[in-house]
Design a protein around this ligand. Structure first.
Ligand code: AKB
Length: 310
């Protein structure tokens, strides 16, 4: 099927690389990037960009109509650490952005929506190891509450209105083309930049804080293949697993290439967020339903990051 794609939040860490990949797949003129402000030079040079506030229905509707959009990726969100500083504003942005595109989908202005959830949808009473697809969900952060509620809303629009909505629960994402902003897993990107620039890094998470993580190419591949998968029986916010590591392990992996690399630990408020999240997730349903398979381990990630972080 010929797709005309709108990415809202195209200038963020995942949005940037998703846009570039979708432009390769569907052609530059069929993929419209949008965000509240402009992104990296390579993204801006890669095709059409429209300024959109993700909570503004009229701005989104105008682009949907003007470009006869079929597929929407709603990537705009306030991430976990920032959301704890501005709880009500973050809740408002995350939920208004989602409900606005869900309503527009229900009204028939496009056909298929991707909306990302996160490991943040789990909470301190969820099992922490190999966290199952369906389990106790008790998020203790504003971000997590918005992600879990968002999953419920997506399911409601699928069941009540027949909208085609697809979701994965992203783990922490490691990438170098666009900075992450305001997340608890951001340390796993900062560490590579600081290793090359300063030969040292001070981690805001303690050395044993293990979290599910993933290289960006795996995350983009999961997103695009889930959206392209022909038929799914029901809506699920799919667990997807890449690898799990902690700050001590990532530092050891960097030391194999930069032997003098120094690591210090100064945990801050983000430690409590990380402690409420899984250490690993069970993604057997994603593997069974749409053949998800990750490709990148920690050694591969470190080699790519150290070769590319400038
Ligand atoms: C965050 O740390 O807030 C995000 C996430 C895991 O959803 N990267």
């Amino acid at each position: 099927m010929k797709q005309r794609v709108l990415i809202i939040g195209a200038c963020g860490q995942i949005g940037t690389e998703l846009t570039l990949k979708l432009r390769q797949k569907y052609g530059v003129t069929n993929v419209i990037a949008s965000d509240i402000k402009e992104g990296s030079a390579s993204l801006m040079a890669s095709g059409l960009f429209v300024k959109i506030d993700a909570t503004n229905r009229m701005q989104i509707l105008k682009v949907l109509q003007e470009y006869a959009i079929t597929q929407v990726y709603m990537m705009a969100a306030t991430l976990s650490a920032t959301a704890e500083r501005i709880p009500l504003k973050a809740w408002n942005i995350n939920m208004t952005a989602l409900l606005t595109v869900l309503e527009l989908g229900k009204e028939g202005f496009y056909k298929q929506l991707f909306w990302p959830s996160s490991i943040g949808a789990f909470g301190p009473t969820s099992p922490r190891l190999k966290t199952p697809q369906n389990t106790i969900m008790t998020p203790s952060t504003v971000y997590g509450i918005s992600k879990y509620s968002g999953e419920m809303w997506c399911q409601y629009y699928v069941n009540q209105y027949g909208l085609d909505v697809r979701t994965v629960r992203y783990p922490g994402i490691v990438s170098y083309k666009a900075e992450p902003g305001g997340g608890t897993t951001d340390y796993a990107v900062e560490i590579y930049f600081d290793a090359l620039k300063k030969g040292a890094y001070t981690s805001f998470l303690s050395e044993e804080t293990t979290l599910p993580m993933m290289y960006i190419d795996d995350a983009i591949n999961a997103t695009i293949s889930l959206m392209a998968y022909p038929k799914l029986k029901e809506y699920k916010a799919y667990n997807i697993s890449g690898i799990s590591f902690n700050p001590k392990e990532i530092a050891a992996s960097i030391r194999k290439k930069i032997p003098d690399f120094k690591m210090r630990y100064r945990p801050d408020f983000r430690q409590a967020i990380a402690d409420s999240w899984p250490q690993s997730v069970d993604d057997s349903q994603a593997k069974a339903d749409w053949h998800w398979q990750p490709q990148f381990d920690l050694e591969k990630i470190t080699a790519i990051m150290l070769a590319n972080c400038k």
